[in-house]
Design a protein around this ligand. Structure first.
Ligand SMILES: [Zn+2]
Length: 217
């Protein structure tokens, strides 16, 4: 019997959702959580079909990257996820997708602007593009962790994809959806004319007041 069955099921549900929502195709993308109160991370395995994945197929690692439990290799981006948990005590979940509209910005190497109130509320900042490095490399992990800093919730990986962070999986997944929607609306709006971003003051106000809603997250 594997440990953390409930947590494994939550990671698996999220992995299936990023696939069914079209934010990844095939076995791309990956999902992890910090096991609360422990110096451990649960992550999807490398290159396995999310539809047939079982909770025990997920890989449990310590924060130095040693496998604690698991019969498969962890996602190739495990180093990136580990780097985030090491740097960000506020973060307990990381979602990585290749959603098409966000990736369009990652290819154009342009920041996704804060054009919607939802973006200000849920993300709270422009989504920048990290410098290009090969997928799965330690260099990519280092670049991304540095670019995320101590506050950012989302980052584009040049010519690759999107990484989103949250206090929990619900938040990390929500940030992915909102960033993808923001990227889509930006592209449509730019075909109609000038894009008007929200001012930094409005972004800050909306982000702060959203945190105090209580009901929503
Ligand atoms: Zn990727």
């Amino acid at each position: 019997m594997v440990q953390y069955l409930e947590e494994r099921q939550a990671v698996l549900n999220c992995a299936r959702e990023i696939y069914s929502s079209g934010m990844v195709t095939g076995t791309w993308g990956n999902v992890s959580i910090r096991v609360t109160g422990k110096k451990l991370m649960l992550i999807t395995p490398s290159g396995m079909d999310y539809q047939t994945l079982e909770p025990e197929d997920l890989v449990l690692l310590d924060l130095n990257g040693q496998i604690v439990e698991g019969k498969y290799q962890p996602s190739i981006e495990a180093g990136l996820h580990l780097g985030i948990y090491q740097q960000r005590p506020d973060i307990n979940a990381v979602v990585h997708v290749h959603s098409p509209y966000a990736v369009a910005f990652a290819v154009a190497r342009k920041n996704i602007p804060v054009i919607l109130e939802e973006t200000a509320q849920v993300v709270g900042h422009e989504v920048e593009v990290a410098r290009y490095a090969h997928c799965g490399s330690q260099q990519l992990a280092d670049i991304a962790v540095q670019a995320l800093g101590d506050k950012k919730k989302a980052l584009l990986l040049a010519n690759h994809g999107l990484i989103t962070l949250g206090e929990d999986l619900t938040e990390a997944l929500k940030v992915s959806y909102i960033v993808e929607k923001t990227a889509m609306i930006s592209i449509y709006a730019s075909t109609l004319g000038t894009i008007h971003s929200l001012s930094p003051e409005d972004v800050s106000f909306l982000n702060q007041s959203f945190k105090n809603y209580g009901q929503e997250k």
